[in-house]
Design a binder for this molecule. Structure first.
Ligand SMILES: NC(=O)c1ccc[n+]([C@@H]2O[C@H](COP(=O)([O-])OP(=O)(O)OC[C@H]3O[C@@H](n4cnc5c(N)ncnc54)[C@H](OP(=O)(O)O)[C@@H]3O)[C@@H](O)[C@H]2O)c1
Length: 260
């Protein structure tokens, strides 16, 4: 059984993944900013010698270093590190304060880079490991530029890191979800949106059998292919579908309901 660190474990895909990994008997270190959520999930999943909650803001390098140290000191090793923490930004992003833009980059991209930086020395020392980065189909097919830039950056980082770490026996994988029903997508209603457990199951399979990339649900592969072959077609389609108008309406109503 593996020692697994999961960032963004307090909700959505991260929490669903933690539940499935705990059911398989893995030892977990749960990281996110909301302490109450982390504590409640840890209590639900097992005793402190099997599930350790560590309040972490991945945009703070000292937090990420402390997370790796707490995990390694508590369990003696770090077998799997899942960079799952992520945030979006309301559309239109150019009307948001600069801090909101920096936060997306520092959470989705540099948060994951510093997560890997903290985990790699443990993995080299123990002779192997597995880093799993949660990207997005948006890293292949951009609709919302700033969020997509972080996920495309994460995809490039993952691919390079996989090659760099091969000599050390460290696997590196990318998980690219399509639209999933979580707090991040609250207020968005689209046909065929999968629950977070679908992504969690893909991550659990990856832990057992590392692969380069998993796109989930799998039919989004067609979408990625279409964007590669005929990007102009998608340019026209998204405007016809009113994606940006719908998103602006949704963000306005979410902002009124629930400032975060
Ligand atoms: N939902 C989708 O449609 C979708 C599609 C493609 C990719 N993804 C990716 O999947 C991942 C998980 O998202 P989700 O859909 O499960 O959304 P979610 O339910 O909103 O979960 C996001 C998680 O990230 C954590 N987080 C945010 N900022 C953080 C920070 N600075 N430090 C530590 N943790 C932080 C949140 O916890 P705290 O607020 O407690 O810190 C939360 O646990 C993200 O990387 C997202 O980009 C989601």
């Amino acid at each position: 059984m593996a020692v697994v660190v999961i960032t963004g474990a307090s909700s959505g895909i991260g929490a669903a993944t933690a539940r499935l990994l705990a059911a398989e008997g893995h030892t977990l270190v749960l990281a996110a900013r909301r302490q109450d959520r982390l504590e409640a999930l840890a209590a639900e999943l097992g005793s402190r010698d099997r599930v350790l909650p560590v309040v972490t803001d991945v945009t703070r390098r000292e937090d990420v270093e402390a997370l790796a140290s707490r995990a390694g000191e508590a369990f003696g090793r770090i077998d799997v590190w899942i960079n799952n923490a992520g945030v979006g930004i309301p559309y239109p992003w150019w009307e948001q304060p600069p801090e909101a833009i920096v936060r997306v980059v520092e959470t989705n991209l540099t948060g994951a880079i510093f997560g890997a930086r903290a985990a790699i020395p443990w993995m080299i020392r123990q002779g192997g490991g597995h880093i799993i980065n949660v990207g997005s189909v948006a890293g292949h097919v951009p609709f919302f530029s700033v969020y997509s830039a972080t996920k495309a950056g994460l995809r490039g980082f993952t691919e390079g890191l996989r090659r760099e770490l091969r000599p050390y026996g460290i696997h590196v994988s990318l998980v690219s979800p399509g639209f999933i029903r979580t707090e991040m997508t609250r207020g968005i209603s689209m046909p065929g949106m999968a629950p977070p457990e679908v992504v969690a199951r893909a991550i659990v399979r990856l832990v057992a059998r590392p692969r380069r990339e998993v796109v989930v649900p799998g039919w989004y592969r067609l979408f990625i292919l279409l964007n590669g072959l005929a990007p102009g077609l998608l340019d026209r389609a998204v405007h016809r579908m009113g994606v940006y108008r719908a998103r602006a309406r949704r963000d306005a109503s979410v902002a009124q309901e629930q400032p975060r």
